[in-house]
Design a protein around this ligand. Structure first.
Ligand code: TNX
Length: 439
């Protein structure tokens, strides 16, 4: 008799019925897969018994997520081994299960992002949100405005080396993500957080003089000059090119912390952006500030700070993407002893990343499109720091986004702890939180 291994899946599946026995999976043989009727989007059914492994789903994404579960049933890091007999029925709670990386404050290469995409896919995440522009840097080639990258692409926080993605590199990343059923959501942040653009082109400034580059970490929040006609042409050109290279349905317009834009101007600019995005056949996503002005459905308001603004957006037919700072901000410190990280939303330990519900008070489950973790990088300048801040908190958020609402922190802790062996096998330098034991 072989001992039946314990089953520790992250994220937890909807239905998990263990059997009595194991199937010795050689890693060479085919898994029986079929696409059929009667499945929820991205859902799958997995059976492991003495005849082997069989996987059914309603779509290719479902089969892909079933395979990720099979990988987790195998010993950490191996493609072969004993798979415990099991019957699993599974489908995600939310359609949007994302991670945001701020590549503007510090630049990260396509390869760095591809590695995170591999890890995201293993956790059944399906949206990569790229914060491509900010005061400190511009990271995507725009052919009609080449100085954005020639000048704005050269800077980063603290004088660090800048960088940018060519449109060809961006396309490669989009394809790499798509192969893992991950949709890329590009963000160009206007009208605030726009100093890199203002530093690249004198004519975008009311003074006619290019803004000084900004490489600090405080909130600078330069704002676009909305009285200048050229600004509106510029923004149109940028989003026209971005739409053309982005096959996914979403364009993220930022629109946060526009502290130097008059309220009445903001109230004109954001609806105009929504029209611009809609004219490209896309859905606008913006930070929760967009809830303060006129919106129409479809739109997505990303709640980071203010649930009232998220509710105001939902009241206008927008969906809410839950990224509250106190649970989903991956740049916050884990605890008071941390060497680096932000503190404004409080410490976000592993329990805080896990033990919360993404549906804001007063809203219905259907008002919420999903959950996204956000890594801002004012203080994150290496892949080691990035791994440490993102993992294991993003694994927690993956379960918040995927698994049914009746989760418990006590039940999750040993599962996450075992999951650490998988992160180790993947070479992830994650934070071994003192909240639990690690392998
Ligand atoms: C607030 S979240 C910001 C970012 C900062 C972040 C740091 C949001 C929409 N704006 O510009 O990087 O805090 O935690």
């Amino acid at each position: 008799m072989v001992a039946v291994p314990e089953i520790y899946l992250v994220p937890a599946p909807t239905v998990l019925e263990p059997g009595d026995g194991v199937y010795p999976f050689s890693g060479e043989e085919e898994i029986r897969t079929s696409i059929g009727e009667g499945f929820l989007p991205e859902g799958y059914r997995l059976d492991v018994d003495e005849t082997g492994v069989s996987l059914q789903a309603g779509d290719e994404a479902g089969l892909f997520y079933g395979l990720q579960t099979v990988r987790q049933l195998l010993p950490p890091g191996s493609a072969a081994g004993d798979i415990p007999f099991v019957h699993i029925e599974d489908a995600p709670r939310f359609a949007w299960r994302g991670a945001m990386f701020d590549v503007a404050r510090h630049f990260f290469s396509v390869e760095d992002l591809e590695r995170q995409l591999d890890l995201m896919a293993a956790h059944k995440l399906n949206r990569l949100h790229l914060h491509l522009t900010d005061d400190q840097g511009w990271r995507i080639e725009i052919q009609s405005w080449p100085d954005l990258t020639a000048i704005g692409g050269a800077t980063a926080v603290g004088g660090a080396e800048g960088g940018f993605y060519t449109q060809v590199e961006y396309a490669r990343l989009v394809e790499y993500a798509a192969e893992r059923h991950i949709v890329v959501v590009p963000e160009i942040d206007f009208p605030g957080h726009s100093n890199a653009a203002l530093a690249s082109y004198p004519e975008l400034n009311e003074s006619g003089v290019a803004a000084e580059p900004f490489t600090g970490t405080t909130m600078h929040s330069a704002s676009l000059w909305l009285d200048g006609e050229v600004t509106w042409e510029f923004v149109t050109d940028v989003w026209t090119e971005m739409a053309a290279i982005t096959p996914g349905p979403y364009l993220h317009v930022g629109a946060d912390e526009a502290i130097n834009t008059a309220e009445e101007d903001y109230a004109v600019f954001v609806p105009w952006l929504q029209d611009l995005v809609a004219a490209q056949g896309k859905t606008m996503v913006g930070w929760d500030e967009i809830g303060t002005v006129a919106l129409r459905s479809p739109a997505v308001a990303q709640q980071w700070q203010d649930a009232d603004r998220a509710r105001a957006a939902a009241a206008q037919g927008a969906q809410v993407l839950a990224s509250p700072g106190e649970h989903a901000y991956l740049d916050m410190v884990y605890d008071a002893d941390a060497e680096y990280g932000q503190i404004w939303a409080g410490a976000v330990n592993v329990e805080a990343a896990y033990d919360w519900d993404p549906v804001p008070e007063g809203l219905a489950e259907s008002d919420v499109i999903g959950v996204e973790g956000a890594l801002w990088t004012e203080h994150i300048d290496t892949v080691e720091k990035l791994d440490f801040m993102v993992w294991p908190r993003l694994a927690c958020l993956a379960e918040v986004a995927w698994s049914p609402a009746d989760r418990s922190w006590e039940e999750f802790m040993p599962r996450l702890s075992w999951h650490g062996a998988r992160l180790d096998a993947a070479g992830v330098g994650y934070y071994r939180s003192p909240e639990m034991e690690w392998p």
